[in-house]
Ligand binder design. Structure first.
Ligand code: FAD
Length: 385
């Protein structure tokens, strides 16, 4: 058993840290205040090879796997939870899914543009009335002979208003239930039947666009189907088990960022003539935060490693996502307390870490849903895949 990172992985870690500090941090406060998504920043991340993990070289892959993607995403999220999302949108979400289920033509056509961020990716599962219960979605795709017709509404979709090509899940045969769902590769731009709108009321992740997508008799080509007609639910579950690991990496980063800020403050702030970090109650908070964070890191790295080995990992991925996201919320909440009144101020990062961390309890399956997966596999009701 070996717990260390390779020299190459350490270099990647440093490179991502350096990038986050030099290219994200300087304008982050203003970007956050203006809810500014910077397309050029995503392309810059792409140019450094951030989105080539787990993909073959012929489509822009960089020869690295899930573990390296996690290491990169963690470092970015330590500075900003918002800028971790492109890892899911450009790489772990649509690109890896098309690489697994797509035809040769689909792979050649879509993956390189996601890796270089020529095309902004997305994946649309959630609807106004359908979240955890994916099978209850109402969006339909009807075979009109020469094309498919999409009707329905997607909600809470990352990149909706900036997205180009991405994945849309819809029913092609509602009566067939789970076996009646199909995945499509869809372009959101230049289609009169597709309208997107931003969701501006988000509590956090201010630099990461989120929105709605409406399909009104939207015509999409016959060859848009990813995998087989009726295979969409299986594809969706496979995809979520992967994007979940990226969320877990984001949680690690946010938790790490909150801990770093809290430790810095505890070593600097003086009350009653002593650094507040010298008080045992503050030390107990720091000890809990750091211990949970370290446990989360071991779980997330291990789940990523299992994926890279091609071993069953759903159990470990759900445990990692559950634990890391709850640990991140706890770390950020404790950091706010350690900062005192300044923790309650938007001048300091603790409140942003808390707002961003909360999203990770919900996305890619809420903490309750992760518990149902962990318990289902533990009790033998579900197979670990
Ligand atoms: C910032 C952000 C970005 C997002 N990006 C995307 C995206 O790119 N693509 C996409 O498709 N979706 C996206 N989502 C949506 C997200 O995945 C869903 O919100 C999530 O799956 C939960 O669905 P819901 O909000 O409808 O909650 P619900 O499913 O309605 O759940 C409400 C509550 O009930 C609990 N609950 C539900 N079922 C059970 C059960 N069986 N047992 C116990 N408790 C249960 C949940 O844990 C939760 O606490 C995003 C959401 C956010 C906030």
């Amino acid at each position: 058993m070996h717990f260390g990172l390779t020299d190459e992985q350490k270099m990647m870690q440093e490179m991502a840290r350096d990038f986050a500090l030099k290219e994200i941090a300087p304008t982050l406060r203003e970007d956050e205040a203006r809810h500014r998504f910077r397309p050029e920043l995503v392309r810059r991340m792409a140019s450094l090879g951030f989105f080539g993990c787990c993909l073959p070289e012929e489509y822009g892959g960089n020869g690295f796997g899930y573990l390296e993607s996690v290491i990169l995403a963690e470092q970015i999220a330590m500075v900003s939870g918002s800028w971790r999302l492109p890892f899911n949108m450009q790489n772990i979400g649509p690109a890896i899914t098309v690489n697994r289920y797509g035809t040769l033509e689909q792979k050649e056509r879509f993956i390189p543009d996601w890796v270089t961020a020529e095309s902004f990716g997305f994946f649309a599962i959630t609807e106004p009335g359908s979240g955890s219960d994916v099978a209850s979605m109402r969006t339909t795709a009807t075979d009109r002979g020469g094309h498919w017709e999409l009707n329905g509404q997607k909600m809470w979709i990352s990149n909706a208003q900036v997205g180009d090509w991405g994945l849309v899940y819809a029913y092609t045969d509602r009566a067939a239930k789970y076996r009646g769902m199909t995945c499509f590769v869809v372009n959101l731009k230049d289609n009169p039947g597709i309208v997107t709108a931003p969701i501006d009321s988000k509590l956090g992740l201010n630099c990461a666009p989120t929105g709605e997508i409406s399909f009104h008799q939207a015509r999409i080509p016959k060859e848009s189907v990813l995998g087989q007609v009726g295979e969409g639910f299986a594809i969706c579950m496979w995809q979520l088990n992967n994007t979940r690991i990226s969320c877990a990496a984001g949680a690690l980063g946010i938790g790490g960022g909150a801990i770093e800020a809290a430790i810095g403050y505890a070593n600097e702030r003086t009350q009653f003539g002593k650094k507040i970090g010298s008080y045992q109650m503050i030390q107990a908070q720091i000890a809990e935060m750091v211990t949970e964070h370290e446990a989360a890191r071991l779980m997330v790295y291990r789940a990523a490693w299992l994926k890279d080995q091609g071993l069953a990992n759903q159990h470990e991925t759900s445990m990692a996502k559950l634990f890391a996201s709850e640990a991140a919320v706890h770390a950020a909440s404790e950091a706010m307390k350690i900062f005192g009144s300044y923790g309650y101020s938007t001048e300091y990062p603790a409140e942003r870490f808390l707002r961003d961390a909360h999203s990770l309890r919900t996305v890619e399956g809420t903490s309750n849903i992760q518990k149902t997966i962990v318990a289902g596999i533990s009790l033998g009701d579900m197979a670990n895949r």
